[in-house]
Design a protein around this ligand. Structure first.
Ligand code: ADP
Ligand code: MG
Length: 680
């Protein structure tokens, strides 16, 4: 039987079964054997003394009492029998299987599998067989089946299919790679993934499939990257190194080693003839803005224009202020374009941009509207965005621009996910904080402590520092019982009257009002800023050293970390108070995690564990692929290995020419990644 043959040719598969299999995506024998079980029923004998409460267990023992049956009404019954397992005299309970009474006899052996109730020393039996445990495999595969298909039937087909074809299938992994990692060959791995002789065999089989799956995934990514490089025209930005050095020397601080390293990585990309497509990761406060500024300046010295795009107006304005200050002595013209720049002002700005009189345009999404035209756009940087939408990239391309692109994110995407979700990009990481920063001290307190905390905040304000107070809602809501910014603002204004100025910030304010409030806070006129999460990303007021987050259980872990990142930006000791009465375990765990670490990467990994990868970016735009076997959290080491291997392979003639890799090549082609330019 050939593996590409229809399953219809197999014994015992009739019309109805064919339909069900087809629903499961199984047409050929190969499809069938590549349908992996999602778990195995473990029938290995275990010692009850080591079995945790509520865990499934298989034991053998001797029947010690006559089974007693209790009928509980229509077809319902409960049969109980005492069994001696090793030194444990336990109770075995069978539901709705009163017929076992006739099969179990005092003094005879029985094998039982079921859930172990440690407290009551009782097994609720799911499977049993009379006699000692048989010598068959300890692991029985359990598949995810459709319709009325039974595990037993499916297993039989699987057995048949494996016996007839497993040794005929072409193994995509070249011998040399299998040897390098001591991976099982395909036939062996297939056998063990379905019918392992023991736990070790299953583990080995899994290891092979995980590697293969991740390698092919990475090969697709890398092939796509190669294709993009070859086909999308890119420009060499011949920047002026001396001028760049001059700019860096004039900055109010010296760069950290990490900043220097990523600046070098970016500059190297700029000089290359292909389009840069790079992700810059750096925890909140690690100093990404200055890296953006240096990169943009490089583009300007190469005679190109640059653009910096931020997700909110507040952030765009702040960037415009910072950059124009830094660039002022260097004769670089900057301009700000947001949704609230309108009419004549906007028209003028666009004219100047197209004429090339503006070197750097800073703004929100307003930057990529159809009528915004640059003279020569060399570099686009997006701040605080997980993904620069495919759509936005198309817009730029349609305008005839093929700029280098840098994406900056403070959401510390765990490396695992960065590699997988952004695999077609290069990744730079700032893994060091500027010198002199202190850990932000974080406390989790009950909401009833609010009064006390405000007292503590007052002390901080009295020493000349500033504070943020964050609330989940803008105004009182009938539906949600959470604190709101307007109420808090009023309360605190009264409390601090005559002593400290309090400001209010939220998304519904007029843009001018937002700008004015932000300016007053940045300049220290306002001591306290009561705000919703609009200040979550990017906002930089280094003198603020106290943050109070009301109803903190309302926010996700990475959001809390982002919020907290608004303080601790200067050299003063900063504090973050989480006011929260979480009701769920996950909620409590989030609060504790926040108090335990300041490290965004650790928190992100934690978040990933608490939520699962699908939710990390929000399900929709995640772009995180689903795997059959691989698990991005547990298999991240394999993912990194696969990535490195794929990189080497793609760059080698061996990969593109050898017979040995023909199978891998065809897998990449099949996926369509190369023809559509997209990964599915
Ligand atoms: P983020 O990475 O969160 O965007 P920012 O770029 O806003 O961080 O930088 C945070 C603060 O640290 C800013 O006040 C910035 O001026 C300052 N900063 C950045 N780099 C350094 C450095 N190398 N030494 C000292 N301060 C720095
Ligand atoms: Mg920033």
């Amino acid at each position: 039987m050939a593996s590409n043959q229809s399953v219809a040719t197999m014994k015992g598969i009739g019309k109805q079964a064919l339909l069900t299999l087809s629903e499961m995506g199984i047409e050929t024998v190969e499809d069938l054997i590549l349908t992996f079980p999602y778990r195995h029923e473990d029938f290995q004998l275990k010692d009850l003394a080591d079995t945790p409460h509520n865990e499934r267990v298989t034991v053998e023992g001797r029947v010690e009492s006559e089974p007693s049956v209790l009928f509980l009404g229509k077809n319902k019954s409960r049969t109980t029998v005492r069994v001696l397992v090793g030194r444990h005299l336990i109770k075995a309970v069978f539901f709705n299987q009163h017929y076992v009474k006739g099969k179990l006899h005092i003094g005879e052996m029985v094998t039982l599998s079921g859930k172990w109730d440690r407290g009551r020393q009782m097994i609720t039996v799911q499977h049993h067989s009379v006699g000692p445990k048989s010598a068959e495999s300890d692991f029985e595969p359990v598949y995810s089946l459709k319709g009325t298909l039974r595990q037993k039937t499916f297993r039989k087909w699987m057995r048949q299919a494996l016996d007839e074809t497993k040794n005929e299938l072409e193994d995509c992994l070249p011998v040399e790679m299998r040897q390098r990692y001591q991976l099982a060959d395909l036939g062996e791995a297939l056998e063990s993934v379905h019918f392992p002789v023991d736990g070790q065999a299953l583990k080995q089989a899994r290891r092979r499939f995980v590697y293969e799956e991740l390698l092919i995934f990475q090969l697709k990514m890398q092939a796509l990257k190669k294709k993009n490089r070859e086909e999308e025209p890119g420009s060499r930005l011949e920047y002026d190194l001396e001028r760049l050095k001059g700019f860096i020397a004039k900055l109010p601080f010296s760069l950290t080693d990490a900043q220097k390293r990523v600046v070098n990585e970016i500059c190297k990309d700029l000089l290359e003839p292909y389009r840069m497509n790079r992700l810059l990761q750096g925890d909140v406060g690690s100093g990404k803005t200055v890296v953006a500024a240096i990169s943009l300046y490089a583009a300007v010295t190469a005679g190109e224009q640059g653009a910096l795009m931020a997700p909110t107006e507040i952030l765009a304005e702040q960037h415009a202020t910072t950059l124009s200050e830094w660039f002022e002595p260097f004769g670089v013209t900057t301009a700000l374009l947001t949704g609230s720049v309108k009419g004549k002002k906007r028209r003028l700005l666009l004219e100047q941009l197209e004429a090339g009189n503006i070197d750097l345009l800073i703004g929100t999404h307003a930057l990529i509207q159809p009528d915004v035209k640059f003279k020569s756009l060399g570099l686009v940087i997006t701040d605080e965005q997980h993904r620069f939408g495919v759509e936005q990239r198309r817009v730029l391309k349609d305008k005839g621009y093929h700029p280098d692109v840098l994406f900056m994110t403070a959401t510390p995407i765990p490396r695992t996910l960065a590699i997988s979700a952004f695999g077609e990009m290069d990744v730079s990481i700032i893994d060091e904080m500027p010198a002199g920063r202190k850990e932000i001290e974080t406390y989790w307190m009950k909401k009833e402590m609010f009064g006390k905390i405000v007292g503590r905040m007052e002390k901080e304000l009295a020493s000349g520092r500033q504070a943020y107070v964050i609330a989940p809602l803008i105004e009182e809501s009938e539906k949600l019982d959470y604190q709101n910014a307007v109420d808090l603002y009023q309360q605190l204004s009264v409390y601090f009257q005559g002593k400290f100025e309090v400001g209010l910030m939220h998304g519904r304010l007029h843009p001018d009002e937002k700008e004015e409030t932000m300016r007053r806070f940045a300049e220290g006129e306002l001591a306290v800023l009561v705000s919703t999460t609009v200040v979550e990303v990017g906002v930089n007021v280094p003198n603020a050293s106290f943050m109070l987050i009301y109803d903190a259980e309302r926010f996700g872990l990475s959001q809390l970390h982002q919020l907290r990142g608004r303080v601790g930006r200067g050299s003063a000791q900063s504090y973050c108070i989480l006011l929260a009465d979480p009701k769920t375990e996950v909620g409590k765990e989030r609060m504790s995690s926040m108090t335990e670490t300041n490290d965004g990467f650790i928190l992100a990994e934690k978040d990933l564990q608490l939520r699962g990868p699908g939710d990390f970016f929000g399900r929709k735009q995640s772009g995180v692929p689903e795997f059959k076997m691989a698990d991005l959290i547990h298999d991240y080491r394999v993912l990194e290995t696969a990535r490195a291997d794929a990189e080497k392979l793609i760059a080698s003639d061996f990969f593109w020419q050898s017979e040995q890799t023909a199978c891998l090549r065809s897998r990449i082609e099949q996926s369509g990644a190369l023809s559509t330019g997209r990964l599915d």
